[in-house]
Ligand binder design. Structure first.
Ligand SMILES: Cc1ncc(COP(=O)(O)O)c(C=O)c1O
Length: 390
């Protein structure tokens, strides 16, 4: 039986990590994997998380099962940061999920159970979005996310929403678009909120990088605008980037229903899907986040660490943008893009040349991790880029 299974292609980004690890050059630059790095190239545990973990070790008196919803203290502690005052909280509930990925998977599974047939999504997108839609068995409909000028293509989204029907969902990145770094502006979100409400489609909002763009509040603008305009929506949230918890798999799923009476049935379906998929989410990271958010000094420390990350990425972006033109590549849009990622319009040959000749590792799509660049390697990166593309 098992011989019926065909070999699947290796995940391109994971394969890139292996290639990078095997490269003996001390000057190699890793712009592939999507984790934040300090100016020294490290991905340290947040000090606020370390503090919370110490507290957890001292105070946690049981590791007995919590249930498919996970740590509801964690789920509720995040709510003010994500939703502010934009939502009638009697119509919104959440549950913990294994990472933002688990949140997206739950949202798409639930959309299918609810009768959604197609999911609209701007491309390029995080590759796992399309994989999850396919795995759940929904039809994927795409529209262009980025104009050739490097801004968000609102017209393409408008056209998609005109074509969309009541059986459709639309998947939108809340902020720090992966892979392009190109976010909708606040004015565009204002329009999108009205358009999504008029189209009557179900919004699936993926907020995986809150705090890594322009700030915790600003990064929630789009999600809050859409939620204030529509009757129902689903939100996938990740704490893996903004709390640096990647491997601990910390995320959440929230649903907003038309009225409070509709909420228990939706959440019971969420719990049933979780039970049949991962049964219960991993506890440790979510418990640490809860402890951070329950303690004012740990919260302040966490927000301070987030500010430092954001300021560093801003510095890198400013320096890249200041390079102006490198051959045909206009670097200036990188200065006003957001989050960990941006894309460079490079051919496959140029990406290969960057890797083989210069030890610069990036995804085949031309996506670069902004936080992979430091004061120590950014000049070498720009010189390598000029060599292959200039
Ligand atoms: C857009 C987007 N959504 C969701 C996720 C999931 O994050 P995680 O499962 O690591 O929490 C990612 C991670 O790269 C992402 O880029």
């Amino acid at each position: 039986m098992l011989e019926n299974l065909a070999q699947q292609p290796a995940d391109a980004l994971l394969a890139l990590i292996k290639l990078h690890n095997a490269d003996p050059r001390s000057t190699k630059i890793d712009l592939g994997v999507g984790v934040y790095r300090t100016g020294q190239g490290d991905t340290p545990v947040f000090a606020a998380i370390k503090g919370a973990e110490r507290k957890l070790v001292d105070t946690q008196d049981s590791k007995a099962y919590l249930g498919p919803e996970g740590d509801m203290g964690f789920v509720h502690a995040l709510k003010p940061y994500i939703f502010g005052n934009a939502v009638d909280m009697s119509r919104l509930e959440g549950m913990q999920a294994p990472g933002g990925t688990g949140g997206v998977r739950l949202a798409i599974d639930l959309a299918k159970r609810a009768g959604v047939k197609r999911v609209w999504m701007g491309t390029p997108s995080w590759p796992n979005h399309a994989q999850i839609v396919a795995a759940v068995g929904l039809e994927l409909k795409t529209f262009r996310h980025v104009t050739p000028e490097g801004t968000a293509d609102l017209d393409a989204l408008k056209a998609a929403l005109t074509e969309a029907t009541a059986d459709d969902a639309v998947l939108l990145h809340g902020c720090c678009h992966n892979p392009s770094g190109v976010d909708y502006t606040p004015a565009q979100w204002d329009e999108i909120a009205t358009l999504v409400a008029q189209a009557g489609v179900l919004p699936l909002l993926d907020l995986a990088y809150q705090g890594l763009g322009t700030g915790m509040e600003d990064d929630a603008y789009g999600v809050r605008k859409v939620l204030a305009a529509v009757p129902e929506a689903m939100i996938a949230y990740s704490c893996d980037k903004n709390f640096g918890l990647y491997r601990d798999r910390v995320g959440a799923f929230y649903a907003m229903t038309r009225d409070a009476d509709g909420l228990p049935a939706v959440m019971s379906n969420g719990a049933a899907i979780a039970r049949a998929s991962w049964s219960m989410p991993p506890d440790h990271g979510a418990a640490a986040v809860r402890l951070v958010l329950e303690d004012a000094s740990l919260t302040a420390q966490w927000l301070d660490e987030l500010d430092t990350m954001r300021a560093r990425m801003r510095q890198v972006r400013d320096k890249l943008a200041a390079a102006g033109r490198i051959g045909p590549i206009d670097m200036t849009p990188l200065g006003h893009q957001h989050g960990l990622f941006s894309m460079l319009p490079l051919s496959g040959e140029q990406i290969l040349a960057l890797r083989e000749k210069h030890g610069v590792y990036m995804a085949g799509s031309g996506r670069i991790n902004i936080a992979g660049l430091t004061a120590g390697n950014i000049d070498a990166f720009l010189a390598a880029l000029a060599d292959v593309a200039g």
